[in-house]
Design a protein around this ligand. Structure first.
Ligand SMILES: Cc1ncc(COP(=O)(O)O)c(C=O)c1O
Length: 354
């Protein structure tokens, strides 16, 4: 039996294991006064709409929803045409972690492309061009990319722009799953300009803007950067069960998170804890990493015998069983002491194992 220090107070399982930021809770309490009309006809939702226009420009149209899967389904259902397919990386959350929700709700094929780093590349889209116009093939209609990706990588603005150019040339629309858009924004410079550089300026049509992992109790936004595509959005939101009745509470949370760039500052912290974790563990014998983290997650490979006992000590998820690769993820409230204690436990355990 290997003696380990007490487990850290936080989990390294996911950023949604964290609670909500106190200013988000305060905002919910402040919004809990009196009556406001439901379904978005309230002052908080109007303010959230203005805040998203401040982020993305005056023609951006935002729609608040319950969760990330719902944001993706709503985005895709709004912009896809009959007989089209959604194209994404083989790691995409929409393909592997949404229980087939997009396929069920859209009645459309989700076509996955191989990827070693979670990113899609323009030449992979070009390789699908031969399907276009052939009545025997689902037509590539929507490209969905994730930023930051499910493997903790970040597309550069130029990479997104090249994908959007190729997709648009092929007649496709572009969706960005931004469950961790805050972490990507922080990684790319931590400014609104950084956010715009890989979204509206790059040509993305619609964004699932993550709130829950960034510090909300719960809530996400679908933001149409191409307003021409938004005309059916409010009907689709209702059809896919993503129209919150007391929307003011989701809006109030976003208004707190977007105030004074809190969402970016929290993501900067979370990313910094990811880097600290990498630095504290990278030289431990028995661990190997493909790359330094770009955001708030590291993906070490380690001996399979070590995985379960370490998970029992402080839980984290398996990521790629074929490689004995796991994911350690930090959150907006992970502390340096949590990271150091986790790294120390891993170091002690692996030293005893080896
Ligand atoms: C990349 C990505 N997209 C979407 C989601 C979906 O979020 P939810 O669990 O709120 O449906 C997640 C959640 O883990 C995610 O990691």
């Amino acid at each position: 039996m290997i003696e380990l220090p007490p487990a850290p107070a936080c989990a390294f399982a996911s950023d949604n294991a964290a609670g909500a930021h106190p200013s988000v809770i305060d905002a919910i309490v402040r919004a809990n006064v009196g009556h406001q009309l439901a379904y978005g006809s309230d002052a908080h939702t109007a303010e959230a709409g203005a805040r998203f226009r401040d982020l993305f420009g005056p023609t951006a149209e935002s729609f608040l929803v319950w969760n990330g899967t719902g944001a993706n389904v709503m985005s895709l259902a709004t912009v896809i045409h009959p007989a089209e397919a959604v194209v994404c990386s083989e790691w995409a959350h929409i393909a592997v972690d949404e229980t087939g929700a997009p396929e069920r709700a859209l009645g459309a094929k989700v076509m996955t492309l191989p990827s070693v780093d979670g990113k899609v590349r323009p030449e992979q889209l070009d390789a699908l061009a031969h399907f276009i116009g052939d009545q025997h093939h689902a037509q590539p209609g929507v490209l969905s990319i994730t930023q930051s990706t499910e493997l903790g990588t970040v597309y550069t603005p130029d990479e997104v722009a090249a994908l959007c150019d190729t997709a648009h040339r092929l007649g496709m629309r572009v969706h960005l799953d931004g469950a961790r858009i805050a972490n990507a924004t922080a990684a790319l410079g931590g400014t609104i300009q950084a956010l715009r550089s890989f979204t509206v300026d790059a040509g993305v049509d619609v964004v699932s803007f993550g709130g829950t992992k960034a510090g909300l109790v719960g809530g996400e936004a679908v933001v149409f950067l191409n307003p021409a595509l938004a005309s059916r959005a409010k009907y689709v939101r209702k059809q896919v069960n993503q129209l919150p009745s007391k929307m003011r509470f989701i809006a109030a949370q976003f208004n707190a998170l977007l105030h004074d760039d809190l969402w970016i500052r929290l993501a900067e912290h979370s990313n910094a804890m990811g880097t600290r974790l990498y630095e504290a563990t990278r030289s431990i014998d028995g661990l190997s990493f493909d790359a330094a983290p770009q955001v708030n997650s590291v993906f070490p490979c380690l001996s399979p015998e070590a995985i379960v006992p370490l998970q029992e000590w402080c839980f984290f998820w398996n990521w790629n069983a074929a490689r004995d690769q796991v994911r350690w993820m930090t959150a907006w409230d992970t502390t340096p002491a949590d990271v150091d204690r986790f790294a120390e436990g891993v170091r002690i355990f692996l030293a005893e194992c080896n």
